[in-house]
Design a protein around this ligand. Structure first.
Ligand SMILES: *Cc1c(COP(=O)(O)O)cnc(C)c1O
Length: 232
C-alpha cells in the first residue's frame, strides 16, 4: 500500500482531533488531495481509500489524469486559470477556486452555458496584498461579486486564499480570520448566483490554523503524497 494512504488517515485523524477540540463537526471539512506532479497509480490508491476530491493547479494535468482515474473523482481547479483554457476543463471540473477577473468569470459563464451546466466557482482573494500572488483584493471582493450578477451559469460558492509563507505559522492566523469575517459578511449578499458555502483555505503547513479559523475546505498535497518532484 502506498504511504499516501496512511498519510490520508493521519490527516483525517488530525482534522477530527482539531474539530473536537474546538467544537466543530469534522464532517463539515472537505479534504481535497492536491495531486500535482503525482502519477496516477499513486493517486488511484488514495481515491480507492475514499478521497474523491482532487485538486490540480494546471489545466494540462487535469486533462492528462482525467481519463486515467475513476469517473467518481471530483476535480478542483485550484491554480491560476487563463480564459483561453476554460473550454478544456469546463465539463470536467467540480469547482474552480481561482476566479480573479471579470473576463475569466464571463468566459466560464459562457462556456458553461454552452454545455448547459452551472459552474461552481470560488473567488480567490489576495488577503495579504502579495505581489506574487493572484487574487482580488479583500476590499474589492464585494464590488467584484456584484459585477458577476447576471452571469447565471456560474454560482459563487465561496472564497479561496493562499496564506503567505511565514516562519512563524501563527502569523497566518489573522490572514485566515480576516477572510472568514469577509466570508460571513458576503454570505448576507442577496444575489441569485451567490451561495456562500465554501471557505477554501489551508494547505499542508497551515491547515490546522485554517480550520481553527473557520475553513471548511483544505487543499493538501505534500502532507499526503510527500515532497513533489517537479523535474519528472
Ligand atoms: C500545491 C497547492 C496546494 C497544496 O500545497 P501543499 O503545501 O503541498 O499541501 C494547495 N493549494 C494550491 C493553490 C496549490 O497550488
Amino acid at each position: 500500500m502506498d504511504q499516501a494512504v496512511n498519510n490520508v488517515k493521519a490527516v483525517q485523524n488530525h482534522i477530527a482531533e482539531i474539530c473536537s477540540r474546538i467544537g466543530r463537526n469534522a464532517e463539515e471539512i472537505c479534504l481535497v488531495a492536491v495531486t500535482k506532479t503525482i502519477e496516477t497509480e499513486r493517486i488511484n490508491e488514495v481515491v480507492e481509500s475514499g478521497v474523491i476530491h482532487l485538486g490540480e493547479n494546471k489545466v494540462q494535468e487535469i486533462l492528462d489524469k482525467y481519463e486515467k482515474l475513476p469517473r467518481n473523482v471530483k476535480w478542483h481547479l485550484i491554480g491560476h486559470l487563463q480564459s483561453n483554457k476554460v473550454k478544456y476543463i469546463i465539463d470536467k471540473v467540480e469547482m474552480i477556486h481561482s476566479v480573479d477577473s471579470l473576463s475569466l468569470a464571463q468566459e466560464i459563464d459562457r462556456r458553461a452555458r454552452n454545455i448547459d451546466k452551472t459552474m461552481d466557482i470560488l473567488i480567490q482573494i489576495n488577503v495579504a496584498h502579495e505581489e506574487t500572488k493572484f487574487g482580488i483584493e479583500l476590499e474589492e471582493a464585494e464590488d467584484f461579486i456584484r459585477k458577476l450578477a447576471g452571469l447565471d451559469h456560474i454560482r459563487v460558492k465561496g472564497l479561496m486564499t493562499m496564506a503567505p509563507f511565514y516562519e512563524d505559522l501563527e502569523l497566518t492566523r489573522p490572514v485566515f480570520r480576516t477572510l472568514k469575517n469577509k466570508f460571513d459578511d458576503l454570505s448576507k449578499l442577496d444575489m441569485p448566483n451567490v451561495d456562500m458555502k465554501i471557505l477554501s483555505m489551508g494547505m499542508t503547513n497551515d491547515y490546522a490554523i485554517a480550520i481553527e479559523e473557520g475553513s471548511n475546505l483544505v487543499r493538501i498535497g505534500t502532507g499526503i503524497f510527500g515532497k513533489r518532484n517537479y523535474n519528472l
